[in-house]
Design a binder for this molecule. Sequence first.
Ligand code: ATP
Length: 229
Amino acid sequence: MIEVNDIKKKFGRKKVLKGVSFTAEKGEITCVIGINGVGKTTILNAIMNLTPINAGQILINGETINKHSYEKITFIPDAIIMQPGMTIKASMQFMADFYTSWNQARATELLGFFKLDENEKINNLSKGNRAKVNLLLGLALDVDYLLMDEPFSGIDIFSREQIAEVFTSHLVEDRGVIITTHEINDIEHLIDKAVLLDGGKVLKQFNSEEVREEEGKSVVDVMREVYQP
Ligand SMILES: Nc1ncnc2c1ncn2[C@@H]1O[C@H](COP(=O)(O)OP(=O)(O)OP(=O)(O)O)[C@@H](O)[C@H]1O
């Protein structure tokens, strides 16, 4: 489990996170929802130990995050992380050289799944295909947790559908996924848990299936209640 306990973060005098707490379990997709600038990326960076926090604690499987956390967790950003002149194949080789957790069989499966040509240069790919390469590079690591910053943002409907399919496949099952978004409509059916952020705090976290079954409400219905009371 990833436990985010009362974390606070300031940039200069600006208090971005004012005591954020939530948990994300293995085998579940947790979605951190909030408007632009609310601090979603900052939370992911904090979980990855890429930005120091001012207060609070983050635990992964009961252990405070540390320099070995990347063996359990990976971050899939919304922008491509490789040199644009590299081919997909060279990007995969780079990951294989760098991470002992690289799983080439899974990478090859994902290449086929996304119908990507490994000889294509990243430069020449469409935005949707770049997002797929990003996802491939993260999903091919054998880690327990995947963090994804806005994986569906600005991507056409067909690529979105293909990416959504990955989330319900064996490529993700048993792993814990945290997705951020400011646009829930497309992925509402994929997520297990929603964490609603505003004003530097978590306004509500809930199991989306429970809310659907017990109260007959969608995530968007709950968002309307919370954000527009
Ligand atoms: N390195 C930084 N220095 C100063 N301010 C920063 C820095 N990083 C983020 N911020 C500020 O912190 C706030 C939260 O930023 P963050 O990127 O986490 O938001 P977000 O919810 O991910 O936004 P978006 O949906 O637009 O991606 C913003 O006001 C941003 O300007």
